[in-house]
Write a protein of this length. Structure first.
Length: 294
């Protein structure tokens, strides 16, 4: 049985840890509120833009002229994997890494065997994990969460768009966590390039007859790059909100587990203390009996 000093030290350590996890939970909750507001405001705009692009592309031939709609045999692939910069958020990062590995094994095994799969890691945890596993990793914009903004996401998207345009990659795929609620994040795998006429399953493509001004070609070819950049920015915002939700849940669970451990330690401490008192009483009684007999 552990000594009273050891148990007291453990109780002190658990109390200190619980104070840290409580503080981290409150910080995550504050950040989550801002991140949640950002993604909820972004979704309607991004979904409507995708619907507009899909509708116009389905009804016109101009979209096929864009270099971002070119469908080629998939020999070289870029996977944009969105993780976080920090841990202590449960399975948030490990789930994304596992999902990416499974995607490569299931869909891009031949490309990976030929060395034609590149990981563009947005977030330090993804960068570290895939670098250790020997993948070809693009380190540009891996610190996007240090200064999260549309400008940073735009730069990352433009780099991928230019690489696709000149044929460095035949397909660009996004892997990220979609925010559902504080306790739930959904792993999404979406094709960013080539741009297709697919939209959200809840948004049907209409047969609206548009009047274009200044011209059909100028408007469509200008909207397509914006839609691609918005696609990446939305994924980053989804991941950011998911991270804070996952961290808040993880810290809440850690605090709860700390409370349970503290209860067990206090019971153990009281038992050890009672055993020590009983031992001392027995020694006193034994000594008294020995003196009486003498």
């Amino acid at each position: 049985m552990a000594s009273l000093k050891e148990v007291r030290n453990r109780i002190t350590s658990v109390n200190s840890t619980m104070q840290i996890t409580k503080a981290m939970k409150m910080v995550a909750a504050a950040k989550l509120r801002r991140a949640q507001d950002a993604i909820l405001q972004m979704r309607p705009y991004a979904n409507k833009l995708n619907e507009l692009i899909a509708t116009v592309s389905a009804n016109t031939e101009v979209g096929a002229q864009s270099p971002y709609t070119a469908v080629r045999p998939v020999d070289k692939v870029l996977l944009i994997v969105v993780t976080s910069d920090r841990g202590l958020c449960g399975g948030f990062n490990s789930n994304i890494i596992k999902a990416t590995q499974a995607l490569i094994n299931d869909k891009y095994a031949s490309q990976q065997k030929a060395g034609n799969v590149t990981i563009k890691a947005l977030g330090k945890k993804g960068l570290e994990a895939f670098s250790k596993r020997g993948f070809a990793v693009n380190k540009n914009h891996s610190e996007i969460f240090l200064k999260l903004s549309f400008e940073e996401a735009r730069k990352a998207a433009e780099e991928a768009m230019e690489a696709f345009k000149v044929g460095v990659y035949d397909e660009v795929v996004l892997v990220f966590n979609e925010f559902k609620n504080v306790a739930t994040q959904i792993i999404r795998t979406e094709t960013m390039l080539p741009l297709t006429a697919d939209v959200d399953e809840n948004a049907a493509v209409s047969n609206t007859d548009y009047i274009f001004e200044p011209s059909e070609e100028e408007i469509i070819l200008d909207l397509m790059p914006k839609a691609i950049k918005m696609h990446l920015y939305k994924a980053v915002l989804e991941s950011n909100a998911s991270e804070h939700g996952a961290r808040m849940t993880a810290m809440d669970k850690a605090t709860e587990n700390g409370g349970e451990l503290l209860k067990d330690l206090k019971i153990q401490y009281n038992r050890s203390r009672q055993a020590a008192i009983t031992k001392e009483i027995l020694e006193i009684v034994g000594g008294a009996e020995a003196l009486k007999d003498s």
